[in-house]
Design a binder for this molecule. Sequence first.
Ligand code: GDP
Ligand code: ZN
Length: 304
Amino acid sequence: MANGPASSHASDGLILSHFGVAVEVLFGSGQRSMVRVKRNSGHVVGDRVRVAGEVLERLPRTTELRRRDARGAIHLVAANLDVLGIVVAPMSPAGFVDRAIVAARAAGLRPFLVFNKCDLVQAMSLAEALGGVYAEVLPCFVLSAVSGAGLEALREFFHDGHRGAFVGSTGVGKSSLLNALCPDIDLKVAEVSDHKWLGKHTTTVSTLHALPSGGELVDTPGFRDFGLVDISSQQVAAFFPGFEPLQEHGCRFSNCRHRQEPGCAVGELVAAGEISAERYETYLGMLTEVEVAEEAALRRSWKK
Ligand code: GDP
Ligand code: ZN
């Protein structure tokens, strides 16, 4: 592996991999180097950095993607992503898609949907059913990571220069999809994991992969069992998929929850049939669920 840039001048780069004690940086020149960092430095994959000798300075971020682990702790996963791929397959939990869309938009990422396993009949019917709800509001890809059908459209989407990650419950095929899009993914990770600072059996925290056909994908092993951070009721009201017309014709109150408030644009769109009664019911269910969770969290904080 090449040495870092000379300490006399600073070079800007991008963090490609994070190993806890070191990060791999790709510099503008195309050179890749390992740079040591403190264990809890807070740097993540996708961070733009300025490196002078051993000193690494983080540049401002455009977006931050976070997850919640099984114990409830929140972790930053990646910085400066612009898209988030929400992967679904038969048996995906209900409500996940809407939550993930709200969370992506709240973090400033553009969500898109991937209907995987479309070599299976059940998956095709799921794609048809959900496509009716989402196809008008965000990019949707119907594909099979195993057969390769439909992958080309997703490659073309990334080719436009997007940097993203996949989320979805265990078993929907996120790893299979990554492998299909970046065929030499395991090889590359193994190569850098051999670095002298890292000791044996280092596991990568996360890695940014350049796709052969353009664009970039972040692979975060811990993120594959996805727990998005909690969404707020305010975010549900602002970002629920299907409520996009609100961006232009807003409600009278900027903090409208779209229940019975006067001058509510959602109420009008439901009455006019532009938002289906079913989607509106789904929205109310999610809003109430999130509000109940928020109130419970508030009560817990009072007791402390
Ligand atoms: P992850 O937990 O989301 O990373 O899912 P995996 O990529 O590990 O896939 C889970 C299972 O689904 C594996 O047995 C895969 O072989 C299978 N799988 C993934 N993609 C497809 C697909 O497009 N079609 C079919 N039939 N099976 C798939
Ligand atoms: Zn409203």
